[in-house]
Design a binder for this molecule. Structure first.
Ligand code: GDP
Ligand code: MG
Length: 442
């Protein structure tokens, strides 16, 4: 995925202060591949990476972020922005009945989504909803809509395979008017692939119904093909919104980007289960997370962190090997690493069993406070004191304690712990130490 890819590139350019033409090229290639893998269509990917490059170039890389991480940030933000404002909802601002026309290929989820929308409108917006099916080619499809409409608590207008879709549509409008229906949801037929006859039929339906919303329902699992399908529907109908279904599957969601790009229509809803309540307002940020595998971006940051730690551990191991003294600078580095690695609790699990048993009775919160206090104490020492802890006698201890805002006995305890650690280090061969530190780093 993108994260793994980027982390490889990130390694080679760590330490650079800004995103430059040179280092952005490699990263953008990885972004491009990752987006393709997430089913974003190629032309969309091209345009998108060009835009990201514009935004990213010359951007200062703040704090401890690497250029790679900063770029992931830009990509994420742009992805979300590209998918529109999110949470648009249905436009129902017309003289009732507001007509919603469902369009899409067979199996996209039109019938299911019709019922989901009915439930949504009834429960959240207290609307009086009527559903009708114009899918005269499959009698089972009409029965299916009836079943799910009943589950949704919507009124259902029966239709028959003997009727023409246009006649059903006109009858439905008349019925809705007569019965003071707020929203009329019109389910339609779909073919397995786009064909001219289907497009003509739905265009005719559109003309007869004059819907306020024409929703293009598209299966997220359709992946790369979603682009061509969207284009065909967009050419035939003025689409007002997109419903992306089956996001509970393992689709990466790139179709959202492609379909929005082609149609210009906002993605309004996401289908997240086959159940009737499996509908969510579309959230661009979450979709960008999904496309990028944001959970993994966190992992990326951690990995970058960890490799820094491993470098430090390597240095330390080298030092021990070469017979240099383990000093308070090294001890401080270890303490800092403990903090970085998510505190003592997570560290505990990685310690050798014997040390775990000893630390096991300790109150972890207190232990974390102790670690911070020890860091504070070491930071109050002069460089010379850190290198040669044996210099630290009573008067220095008082000065250090005052500087760190602790008692002299805290300084003594810290020094005791340092000595324990130093003894342990002495007994260890460099290689073994390195392995242990690696384990601590995960
Ligand atoms: P239509 O041919 O466009 O009307 O599609 P259907 O509504 O009949 O849906 C086709 C299949 O997809 C059915 O088995 C649905 O249960 C399933 N389905 C629709 N939407 C979702 C969704 O969001 N998640 C899951 N898991 N399945 C869905
Ligand atoms: Mg159907």
């Amino acid at each position: 995925n993108l994260t793994q890819r980027l982390s490889r590139v990130v390694k080679t350019i760590r330490g650079e202060a800004r995103i430059t033409e040179a280092n952005v090229a490699d990263m953008l290639r990885e972004v491009r591949l990752a987006l393709l893998e997430a089913d974003v269509a190629l032309p969309v990917v091209r345009e998108f990476t060009a835009r990201v490059k514009d935004k990213a170039l010359g951007q200062e890389v703040v704090g401890s972020l690497s250029p790679g991480q900063a770029l992931v940030g830009v990509v994420h933000k742009e992805l979300a922005a590209l998918m529109g404002p999110g949470a648009v909802g249905l436009n129902l601002a017309v003289q009732p009945p507001a007509v919603v026309l469902m369009a899409g290929l067979q199996g996209a989820g039109k019938t299911t989504t019709t019922a989901k929308l009915a439930k949504w409108l009834i429960e959240r917006q207290k609307k009086k909803v009527l559903t009708v099916s114009c899918d005269v080619y499959r009698p089972a499809a009409i029965a299916q809509l009836q079943t799910v409409s009943q589950q949704a608590g919507a009124e259902f207008l029966p239709s028959s395979p003997d009727e023409k879709p246009l006649d059903i549509a006109k009858r439905a409008i008349a019925h809705a008017r007569a019965h003071h229906i707020d929203v009329l949801l019109v389910d339609t037929a779909g073919r397995l692939a786009v064909d001219a006859e289907m497009m003509r039929e739905i265009a005719d339906l559109h003309a007869a119904l004059a819907p306020i919303e024409t929703l293009f329902v598209v299966d997220a699992m359709q992946g790369q093909d979603a682009l061509a399908t969207a284009r065909a529907f967009h050419d035939a109908l003025p689409l007002t919104g997109i419903v992306l279904t089956k996001l509970d599957g393992d689709a990466r969601g790139g179709a959202a980007l492609s379909v929005h790009h082609v149609t210009g229509a906002p993605v309004k809803f996401a289908g997240v289960s086959e159940k009737i309540d499996g509908l969510e307002a579309f959230d661009p940020t979450r979709m960008a997370d999904r496309i990028l595998g944001m959970g993994d971006v966190v992992a990326l940051v951690e990995e970058a962190q960890r490799s820094v730690d491993i470098q430090a551990a390597q240095k330390l191991a080298q030092k021990v090997k070469s017979g240099e003294q383990f000093d308070l600078n090294d001890f401080l580095m270890q303490l800092q690493q403990m903090n970085k690695m998510g505190g003592l609790q997570s560290l505990m699990d990685k310690l050798p069993a014997e040390m775990q048993a000893r630390a096991g009775q300790a109150d972890m919160d207190k232990a974390s406070r102790d670690v911070r206090r020890m860091q504070g104490i070491i930071c109050s020492m002069t460089p010379q004191e850190r290198r040669k802890p044996d210099l630290i006698k009573a008067s220095r201890k008082r000065r250090i304690a005052t500087g760190a805002g602790v008692q002299v006995q805290d300084v003594n305890r810290m020094l005791g712990q340092f000595e324990q650690m130093r003894d342990m280090m002495k007994k260890m061969k460099g290689g073994k130490l390195f392995k242990m530190m690696q384990r601590m780093g995960g």
